[in-house]
Design a protein around this ligand. Structure first.
Ligand SMILES: O=C(O)c1ccccc1NCC(=O)[C@H](O)[C@H](O)COP(=O)(O)O
Length: 259
C-alpha cells in the first residue's frame, strides 16, 4: 500500500474501530423500514441509466458539498429524478454524515439504500442492518483477506455488498468471493484526482475474467456527457458531489438518468 493512502486509511480505520466498539440503536420513533429492496435487481431492471445518487454533505476531496438540510428532502428529490438507489454517507468525521440519516430516509424511500461508510469491523454490518440499509459498501483495500467473511456476514443479514476496487488485484479478490456488485472507484486516494478511464480499464479486466458481476462506476461524474462516454463500460453510476451541489437536484439526477 502506498504511504499516503496508508496514512489516510489508517486514520479512518482507527477512528472506525473506536466507533464500532458500541452499536448505536436507532431511537424508537425512527424505526427503520426493514422490507427488503434489492440493489442488484433495481440496477438490472433500470431501463435508462442506473444512478445511485449519494447524500454527502462534506468530503475530504471537495470540502462542503452543500449546507446541512433534511436528508429526507434530498432523497425525495433524487427519487423524483428517477435514481435507482440512494447512497447515504453515515461517516460523521470525514463526510458529515450520520447513521440516523439512513434510518430517517428508510421511512420514506421507495428505492434501495446503500450504506456508504468505512466498514472495518463485523459489528458495523449488524449496525448497518439495524439502521435500515439494503446494501453495504465493502472496500477491498481496507478488508483485504477479511473480505470473504465480511461479505458472507452481510449476505446472512440479507444485505447486498457493493465491493469497491481500484486495481486488478482488488478486482481478483472481489471476484474470488463471488461479488454480485463491483464498484470501480475513479478517485485516486493519493492525489484525490479523478480518472474516469479507470472504469474503462478495470471493467474490461473484470468482464474478461468474470461475467456475473454488475459493475458500478464510482466518483467524478459532473455532467450527463460523462455518462454517455462511460456507459458501455459499466451497469450503473454512483454520483455524489455534482448532484448534492445542483440547484435543482431532481433535474440534475434526471439529466444523468436520461443521458
Ligand atoms: O469523496 C471523497 O472525497 C473521498 C475521499 C476519500 C475516500 C472516499 C471518498 N469518497 C467516497 C466515494 O466513493 C464518493 O463519495 C462517491 O463515489 C461519489 O463521488 P463523487 O460523485 O465524486 O462525489
Amino acid at each position: 500500500m502506498n504511504t499516503a493512502i496508508n496514512r489516510f486509511l489508517r486514520e479512518i480505520v482507527r477512528h472506525k474501530e473506536a466507533e464500532a466498539a458500541g452499536i448505536d440503536m436507532p431511537d424508537e420513533f425512527m424505526m427503520p423500514d426493514y422490507r427488503l429492496k434489492s440493489l442488484s435487481d433495481a440496477v438490472r431492471k433500470q431501463k435508462r441509466n442506473a444512478v445511485i445518487a449519494e447524500i454527502k454533505f462534506r468530503s475530504p476531496s471537495g470540502g462542503v458539498t452543500a449546507p446541512l438540510s433534511d436528508p429526507k428532502d434530498i432523497a425525495d428529490e433524487y427519487i423524483r429524478g428517477g435514481c435507482t438507489a440512494v447512497s447515504v454517507l453515515t461517516d460523521e468525521k470525514f463526510f458529515g454524515g450520520k447513521k440516523e440519516y439512513l434510518t430517517e430516509i428508510s421511512g420514506i424511500s421507495t428505492v434501495p439504500l446503500l450504506r456508504k461508510d468505512f466498514i472495518v469491523n463485523e459489528k458495523q454490518l449488524y449496525e448497518t442492518k439495524v439502521i435500515g440499509a439494503d446494501a453495504v459498501l465493502l472496500i477491498a483495500k481496507i478488508l483485504g483477506g477479511k473480505l470473504p467473511e465480511f461479505k458472507e456476514t452481510a449476505s446472512a443479514l440479507s444485505l447486498e455488498s457493493l465491493i469497491e476496487v481500484r486495481n486488478s488485484e482488488e478486482a481478483d479478490l472481489a471476484i474470488s468471493c463471488g461479488a454480485e456488485i463491483i464498484g470501480i472507484n475513479n478517485r485516486d486516494l493519493t492525489t484525490m484526482k479523478i480518472n474516469l478511464n479507470k472504469t474503462a480499464e478495470l471493467s474490461a479486466y473484470i468482464r474478461d475474467e468474470y461475467k456475473d458481476a454488475l459493475i458500478i462506476s464510482e466518483s467524478g461524474y459532473n455532467f450527463p456527457d460523462d455518462i454517455k462516454a462511460m456507459k458501455r463500460y459499466c451497469d450503473g453510476f454512483l454520483i455524489g458531489s455534482s448532484v448534492m451541489k445542483a440547484k435543482n437536484r431532481r433535474e440534475a439526477v434526471e439529466g444523468f438518468v436520461c443521458a
